[in-house]
Design a protein around this ligand. Structure first.
Ligand SMILES: Nc1ncnc2c1ncn2[C@@H]1O[C@H](COP(=O)(O)OP(=O)(O)OP(=O)(O)O)[C@@H](O)[C@H]1O
Length: 349
């Protein structure tokens, strides 16, 4: 499909856009999509002026060890500077003046009431939402492919330069797992390979499936009344299987374990951690705290506070995890503690 002279993959449901190669944001409403189809491209391109996505060499900004090498866990991953997130047409402010830095393995949980802008923030990080202001910088190593939606309107480095530089490299960038991931029409193998590979996958990769991912397909132990629909389970498990095969550097998880029981959720977070993938999760479950290092809580903007441009509606805090073996309570360090703490010992978290 060609939109505004650019070829665009639009055969997937817009809200389930997972491979981040479409030029129209996944958040685009059907009405806006209609505008684009009708040739009313002005309003769409206006909405692409705000948030800048940039890439920088991680070695330039990370702490060097005595041997001159960069330690993996001190490697800077992401820098959000003065981000203001607005809805595309009404320009309602969702998040104001957000600044945060993330290193590798500095897993972040995003919480807040429904409608405060959690999903929109993930979309902005994925390059799929650009209304607002501010800058999001990803730190990548030479040879890594950021695998973002490289919209020429939001991308500050000439796109041709980047694509030439990363051409042919295996994608190890950023992966976005929406709550209901996109399913391709095809075989199970094609489902698993999407969106990182086309049919030509190294046969060695498929052997991993029997090990770390075999348990993804075991049944959950929930009572029937709480059991999520089969479709949700299959979609979420397939999404994680894709993720573990792709091994991106950063994954954005949008309520991605909501259809799983707590044991399966814990198992999946351990697998992602073991694969060396840093994650940013949106979720409501209390149990998610133990897999993350920090929590970003977003509040709903009060109407009428727009005049004070500096007022924040977010709070970033370290997560204190309790070590069940020693009873000590410590801030989560890299990597986070993955011990399951019985609920009775978790105190007031
Ligand atoms: N494409 C869009 N155009 C205009 N408004 C949008 C668009 N997408 C989301 N919104 C609005 O932006 C606000 C924030 O939505 P978002 O989905 O980010 O909230 P959320 O915190 O993730 O909510 P929930 O926890 O219910 O998923 C909502 O009021 C929503 O209606």
């Amino acid at each position: 499909m060609i939109l505004n002279g650019r070829s665009t993959w639009m055969w997937m449901p817009l809200n389930y856009c997972e491979n981040l190669t479409c030029d129209v944001p996944a958040s685009t409403h059907i009405g806006e999509f209609d505008d684009v189809l009708d040739g009313n491209s002005q309003s769409y391109s206006d909405s692409m002026q705000g948030i800048t996505i940039a890439y920088s060499d991680s070695r330039e900004s990370s702490l060097l060890q005595s041997n001159g090498m960069v330690s993996d866990k001190c490697m800077k991953l992401l820098d959000v500077k003065n981000l203001k997130l607005e809805t595309p047409k009404s320009k309602t402010t969702l998040i104001r003046n957000l600044s945060l830095e993330m290193d590798n393995k500095d897993h972040l949980l995003i919480t807040g009431p429904s409608g405060c802008g959690k999903t929109s923030l993930l979309r902005a990080m994925a390059g799929l939402w650009s209304t607002g202001e501010g800058k999001i910088t990803f730190y990548i190593r030479d040879g890594e492919n950021p695998q973002l939606a490289l919209s020429p309107n939001t991308y500050p480095v000439p796109t041709e330069k980047l694509t030439a530089r990363y051409k042919g490299k295996r994608a190890r960038g950023i992966f976005f797992l929406p709550q209901r991931p996109y399913m391709v029409l095809g075989t199970l193998r094609q489902q698993l390979l999407y969106p990182t590979w086309s049919e030509s996958m190294n046969p060695m990769e498929s052997t991993k499936f029997s090990g770390s991912m075999a348990s993804l397909f075991q049944g959950p132990s929930l009572p029937d009344t709480e059991k999520p629909a089969d479709d949700d389970l299959v979609q979420q498990r397939l999404a994680f299987a894709r993720l573990l095969l792709s091994k991106p550097k950063l994954v954005l998880l949008d309520e991605s374990t909501s259809a799983l029981d707590e044991d399966n959720e814990a198992h999946l977070y351990k697998q992602i951690e073991a694969a060396g993938i840093t994650y940013i999760s949106v979720g409501h479950r209390r149990t998610l705290y133990e897999f993350h290092c920090r929590v970003l809580h977003i509040s709903k903007m009060d109407t009428g506070t727009d005049s004070d441009g500096s007022q924040r509606n977010w709070l970033l805090k370290p997560i204190i995890n309790q070590d069940s073996s020693t009873g000590s309570v410590e801030p989560c360090l890299h990597p986070p503690m993955m011990k399951r703490v019985p609920r009775t010992q978790q105190g007031g978290r």
